[in-house]
Design a protein around this ligand. Structure first.
Ligand SMILES: Nc1nc2c(ncn2[C@@H]2O[C@H](COP(=O)(O)OP(=O)(O)OP(=O)(O)O)[C@@H](O)[C@H]2O)c(=O)[nH]1
Ligand SMILES: [Mg+2]
Length: 302
């Protein structure tokens, strides 16, 4: 038995893959509606907590092409999971292990990047449902080996995966999920924090107004670019602020911080003010890069 650490878990995946069923298995009671249906059953995010140490967020399905919600609306709805349950320890990506992955499912990781940002991937675990208990581990791995799509998804999640038959869950399979959650959260000590979540929400809201149709793949590409741009702008704005220059945004913003960093004057301090320790190194590196470029430019101009 794994220890009784706090576990805050967000469950995501394609509609009908068994997200709600998995939530019920992990909580040990029927907390979420589950049903066999051609239409999506879960329409909104819902959080349920048990015995004070396990919180599960069930989310509506992604890629529900028959529903009235388009990709952007679905993404916005799933994003609410973090509002209901801030700083979760892990994200379980539910895939149906008995059917082939759809084209959309192959882009699940990119979709999660758009919804929650890169950081969620370090806490992502693939859970394969509908795996009958009589299929042994070797057979299962043999099956993955033949699917580039599946192997790729698992690889992108740091090779973390678990299996389960939600109808007849075996204690050891449930236990494996819990121990993977403990592994990514270092026994409940570290959790997901996304300081740019609001930027993502804004970009998605804007996308909803300007282009609410289009294939998922095209939207993913377009949204990824927009989000990257918006986050860079926000990053620069924070650099300005941290450098104490005020609200005057512009190309010189990064240079101010870059100059401080390059000259060795308190780059650590700037980075710490700018962001949390996890991303401090990125700030320093970025600042030094920009400073190097700036000094190169100044030298060539004289
Ligand atoms: N045999 C088998 N059936 C499962 C498994 N997991 C879920 N199901 C069944 O699949 C159907 C859909 O399960 P749900 O848990 O409602 O799926 P969901 O992902 O929450 O679906 P939406 O809320 O519509 O997005 C139900 O009839 C479940 O009983 C599993 O591991 N094995
Ligand atoms: Mg559901």
């Amino acid at each position: 038995m794994s220890a009784n650490y706090e576990r805050k878990i967000v469950i995501v995946g394609k509609t009908g893959n068994g997200k709600s069923s998995l939530g019920n298995v992990l909580l040990g009671r029927r907390a979420f509606d589950e049903a066999r249906s051609f239409n999506a059953i879960t329409k909104e995010c819902k959080v349920e907590t048990d015995k004070g140490n396990v919180s599960i967020v069930d989310t509506p399905g992604l890629f529900d092409s028959d529903g009235e919600k388009n990709f952007v609306m679905q993404a916005l709805e799933v994003q609410k999971a973090i509002k209901l349950c801030p700083n979760p320890h892990a994200f379980l990506i539910v895939l149906n292990g008995s059917t082939r992955l759809t084209q959309e499912e192959l882009s699940t990781i990119d979709v999660l990047r758009i919804i929650f940002g890169e950081q969620c991937l370090t806490r992502a675990i693939i859970v394969l449902t509908h795996i009958e208990n009589n299929e042994d581990e070797t057979q299962l791995r043999g099956r993955f080996g033949k699917s580039d799509g599946m192997s790729n998804l698992i690889k992108q999640c740091g090779n973390r995966f678990a299996r389960i038959d939600n109808r007849e869950p075996k204690p050891e399979h449930k236990e494996r999920i819990n121990s993977l959650v403990d592994q990514v959260s270092r026994a409940g000590k570290v959790s997901f924090k996304n300081e740019f979540l609001y930027v993502r929400e804004q970009v998605l809201q804007k996308a909803l107004k300007t282009h609410d149709s289009g294939k998922v793949h095209e939207q993913i590409k377009r949204l990824s670019e927009q989000i990257k741009h918006a986050e860079e702008e926000e990053f620069n704005r924070k650099c300005w602020k941290a450098a104490g220059v005020g609200a005057a945004a512009g190309a010189g913003a990064v240079c101010v911080v870059a100059g401080i960093a390059y000259l060795g004057g308190g780059s650590e301090a700037v980075a710490t003010v700018v962001t949390n320790p996890e991303t401090a190194q990125v700030v320093i590196e970025k600042s030094v890069n920009v400073a190097t470029g700036m000094i190169g430019f100044i030298s060539s101009a004289h």
